[in-house]
Design a binder for this molecule. Structure first.
Ligand SMILES: NC(=O)c1ccc[n+]([C@@H]2O[C@H](COP(=O)([O-])OP(=O)(O)OC[C@H]3O[C@@H](n4cnc5c(N)ncnc54)[C@H](O)[C@@H]3O)[C@@H](O)[C@H]2O)c1
Length: 389
């Protein structure tokens, strides 16, 4: 290959998705020689990008009309984060994005089939890995950070509001936006929440993280620390602490907040269940399940079964013969609560790989992603594997 393909950054088409490849990274691609076209942001508040159009044009990108990626010249590489809207036309250009069609998700054949039918390749961001098989970039850190922030907010809310009043929509705390403009805005607000809760409880909360050494776990620990929790207020467990003893764990119900951030790969006994929750000594009032393995038969938090949202962030869990509340947060797109930093960090993590796109036929990271794409295409019904004429 070795010529600089045009990169076309599309406006996301999923509501409440404000993240995007950052202007900083776009500027570095332009400086390296890549022509970058950026679709103007939608002006609909539910879709509006966190970055201003001007930030992209200042970085050297050419602004183009919204949703024009379908008309891009052949050879243009389309960049986006989330999956495309459900449509049927074959895709003639290569795409870089999360597509969620490699694990037999409902409708995967139709989603994946659009690429071979149009003669194009999907480079799925979830499976972009280095030579050790580690993800090149991921949103986990900010998922943990945002999850810990919400958990602290719920802890303080429970102490300062009647039990019948659940935490309202995140919009109530973000001037109607539904997301925080930046990390500082979030951290400042959570520090105030914790101070209000501390006034009632007479102490800071104790939080426990499971999966503390992973991306989400590290983000959660940083948020808890930024909110003023000390090492004494924080229990951090990872495989070392769970390998020799099976759940459920008493340490979880002895904490005010439990944040689960493990990567579930094998069946394991539950971390917490109705029996441990029934302990008369329970302190636990907030569970933030960042991992959200809700529909997995081996879900280690089998005390709830529905995901929650930024609009309705918590779910009450009834514990028989206990007056103490218990709220579960299980939002599967937590990084969207802090789109600026999440986008910056994710884009920065990808930069080195993006700079090799002109040689993507041979650059190992893209070659691996292409081989994986081909492997999954070979699982499609024969009629969907070939380019349509
Ligand atoms: N809710 C969201 O918005 C959101 C966003 C990103 C990721 N996630 C999910 O969060 C989970 C974690 O993602 P990650 O990127 O941090 O993964 P990761 O692989 O970086 O970290 C997972 C950690 O869990 C630990 N772990 C695994 N099994 C354990 C066990 N039985 N006991 C103790 N520790 C254990 C691992 O050692 C590792 O340190 C994944 O399921 C991911 O899909 C959710």
């Amino acid at each position: 290959m070795s010529s600089y393909p045009v990169l076309h950054l599309r406006q996301e088409q999923r509501p409440y998705e404000h993240r995007a490849f950052s202007p900083d990274v776009v500027g570095k691609l332009v400086a390296a020689g890549y022509p970058v076209h950026v679709e103007r942001s939608s002006t609909d508040p539910s879709y509006e990008r966190i970055f201003k159009d001007q930030e992209y044009s200042d970085a050297g990108a050419k602004l183009v009309d919204t949703h024009t990626w379908t008309d891009a010249d052949k050879g243009t590489l389309i960049l986006g984060l989330k999956e495309l809207p459900e449509e049927d036309f074959p895709l003639k250009n290569d795409h870089i994005q999360f597509s969620h069609c490699y694990k037999d998700q409902g409708g995967w054949e139709k989603v994946l089939g659009r690429f071979p039918r149009g003669g194009s390749t999907l480079y799925d961001l979830e499976f972009l890995v280095d030579e050790q098989g580690r993800r090149v970039s991921a949103f986990g850190y900010h998922a943990g950070f945002a999850g810990a922030a919400l958990a602290l907010k719920v802890w303080a809310w429970q102490l300062t509001h009647p039990a019948s009043e659940p935490l309202p929509s995140v919009e109530n705390f973000t001037s109607g936006r539904g997301y925080y403009l930046n990390e500082e805005e979030l951290v400042q607000q959570i520090r105030e929440d914790v101070a209000a809760g501390e006034k009632v409880a007479g102490r800071k909360p104790h939080a426990m993280i499971l999966g503390a050494l992973g991306r989400c776990g590290r983000g959660a620990a940083d948020m808890f620390k930024r909110a003023g929790l000390t090492d004494e207020n924080l229990t951090k467990w990872d495989l070392n602490e769970t390998k020799d003893k099976q759940g459920p764990y008493k340490e979880i119900v002895d904490s005010d907040i439990f944040l689960n951030a493990i990567y579930l790969s094998d069946p394991i006994p539950p971390f917490v269940n109705q029996e441990t929750l029934s302990s008369p000594d329970r302190k636990l009032t907030v569970v933030c399940d960042v991992s959200c393995d809700t529909s997995n038969p081996h879900n280690p938090i089998p005390i709830y079964n529905t995901l929650t949202t930024f609009t309705k962030p918590t779910l009450p869990v009834k514990v028989p013969s206990s007056e103490l509340p218990l709220s579960v947060i299980a939002i599967d797109h937590l990084p969207s609560m802090m789109p600026r930093e999440a986008s910056d960090a994710f884009s920065q993590g990808l930069l080195e790989s993006l700079l090799t796109l002109k040689d993507r036929d041979s650059a190992p990271v893209w070659k691996r992603a292409e081989d994986l794409f081909k492997k999954h295409v070979s699982r499609l019904p024969p009629g969907l594997q070939k380019k349509e004429v």
